[in-house]
Unconditional design. Sequence first.
Lengths: 164, 164
Amino acid sequence: MSKKHAATDTETRASSEHAPDLRLWLRTLACTNLIENHIRSRLRAEFGITLPRFDLMAQLERSPQGLKMGELSKRMMVTGGNVTGITDQLVAEKLVVREDSPNDRRAYIVKLTPEGRRSFRKMAEAHETWVVELFAGMDEKQRSQLYDLLAALKTSATKVAAKK
Amino acid sequence: MSKKHAATDTETRASSEHAPDLRLWLRTLACTNLIENHIRSRLRAEFGITLPRFDLMAQLERSPQGLKMGELSKRMMVTGGNVTGITDQLVAEKLVVREDSPNDRRAYIVKLTPEGRRSFRKMAEAHETWVVELFAGMDEKQRSQLYDLLAALKTSATKVAAKK
DNA sequence: GTTGATATATCGATGTCTAAAATATCAAAA
DNA sequence: TTTTGATATTTTAGACATCGATATATCAAC
């Protein structure tokens, strides 16, 4: 669909009487959706993989010793039930394995298989290229400023979201 | 879950060898997810509504004359089939209605019911308060800069994403 | 008028994603 | 020891979300 429609976007729902903060938030959301949809469809078209599966593999690539389900859940900021489902899929595709934890019989350790690692590396390279393309219209200074401002936003939002 | 875990976040998947652009993108994503999850759970907890339904109602609030399904799909940047499902739910809750388009017998016009409008206004007010809270840790200048930089990002990404 | 291309919406299959409940384990207090 | 409370995961039910296919309607050109 991101292809089918020329796509007015989420941001249009901010009408002029809305608080500036609301417009800022909607613009943030619009950017993220735009990029995420683009990456999602390219991953699908070129590698036949979904974004969540790619994300889970990315976590494992960074942790060669493997990760527990709960750890994956925390890092991906999704629920445990979700991780179960995605892991099931990846296991069926032989891209990851579940090993019993030696210390804790409740826990699994999830690891990339050799094929999973090989496969991920190829996809990650393409993925990085796409991201570079998407940000290419900004100059170095703009990107750097954006990076810093988002740090401030993250701090601000975390303070609120963390309560409770 | 966003409450259950202290939440390391998506951004951690950028390890140092990654391109700066990749880290920038992951930080953007982390911020959006953080805020979106927070809003989602408050909408659920305080009003018993989901974010997609709220978003659809927000579009209709801005267009009192109603919108066609396809128009909703474009503005929300989701597929038509998706809009069909969300609309079905809202119709069942009597918050919106589907009317036949007078001009085009293929199309429906979706409108808020009076109750839907009333209900939405109350939720929107709270929603705006939450957003203001989430951005409160940034000063006015930072927010304004962020707003401008995101415009640049949107332009940049649209250029790439628009090509088919 | 018929044809052919396009547009609108729905449906079915599949895959996230959440919240809540169920199961199992662990660790430490009573 | 037993019980209690916290932790780790799975399961379930329901809601989103995509894609591809389908049914129907429109419109332009012939």
